[in-house]
Design a protein around this ligand. Structure first.
Ligand SMILES: Nc1ncnc2c1ncn2[C@@H]1O[C@H](COP(=O)(O)OP(=O)(O)OP(=O)(O)O)[C@@H](O)[C@H]1O
Ligand SMILES: [Mg+2]
Length: 229
């Protein structure tokens, strides 16, 4: 589903403050996998998620999504790929604050090129899965951080995407809500969705079938460090 080869990402390339956020990244995530990405703050987790979500480009290497090369795409094309097969939960939620939760969750359906029937029902269904249906008509700027986070998760799943990429999706949630969201992701994974979750919560990481650690912009594999010793 996701294949990344020798990927390198440099922020502010050719400038004094150029910074290599990812290097030598090789990663394959198969259809139906559920993987956690862990690593310290600044390690490059969000950078990698943004590239996987076709929201950001990279400098070297290759990224194939469903066997198609994603590189230097015009924004319109990247937006279409995102809309058709990816659901993303951004670390900062990236909701439209003046819109209601329902309006935010309906956005991927409105952008879709396919004709979608019953958009509002679909959006309400997604909101129900994150226990936010009762607050559907509340403007997002009147919600708490955890409530916004759950709206962001509903928006990521509403379009029934093949791949769900979630950047710290439980970072703003209490244990109970966090557990519910994990159950939701596990259920979606059982239905066949490919899921990648960035998390600092080791109990969440452990429930994923695979843990990928990023250290200083590189995928850390214990074997590698062992052989280098
Ligand atoms: N737009 C940007 N311009 C310049 N540097 C950036 C940009 N975004 C991120 N960086 C740098 O790239 C590195 C990786 O950032 P990234 O956001 O991927 O880290 P992260 O692993 O998600 O951290 P956190 O756990 O705090 O969210 C950091 O050193 C950060 O300062
Ligand atoms: Mg991050």
């Amino acid at each position: 589903m996701i294949q990344i080869r020798n990927l390198k990402k440099v922020y502010n390339r050719n400038q004094k403050n150029a910074y290599t956020a990812l290097r030598n990244v090789n990663l394959q995530i198969s259809k139906g996998e559920m993987a956690a990405i862990i690593g310290k703050s600044g390690a490059g987790k969000s950078t990698l998620i943004h590239i996987m979500a076709c929201m950001d480009d990279y400098d070297e290497g290759e990224y194939f999504l469903k066997k198609k090369l994603v590189k230097g795409l015009p924004e319109r094309k990247a937006a279409r790929i995102r809309n058709e097969c990816i659901g993303i939960v951004m670390q900062d939620f990236a909701l439209v604050e003046e819109f209601t939760g329902l309006e935010n969750v309906m956005m991927p359906l409105d952008f879709s090129r396919r004709k979608i029937k019953g958009k509002e029902e679909k959006a309400l269904e997604a909101l129900e899965k994150v226990d936010m249906e009762e607050m559907a008509d509340c403007p997002v700027n009147e919600l708490s951080g955890g409530q916004k986070q759950r709206i962001a998760i509903a928006r990521a799943i509403v379009n029934n995407p093949d791949v769900i990429l979630a950047d710290e999706p439980t970072g703003a949630l209490d244990t109970e809500n966090s557990g519910r969201i994990l159950e939701l992701f596990l259920e979606l994974n059982r239905e066949g969705k490919t899921i990648v979750i960035v998390t600092h919560d080791i109990s969440i990481a452990k429930r994923c079938k695979r843990i990928i650690e990023i250290r200083d912009g590189e995928i850390f594999t214990p074997e590698k460090s062992f052989s280098q010793k």
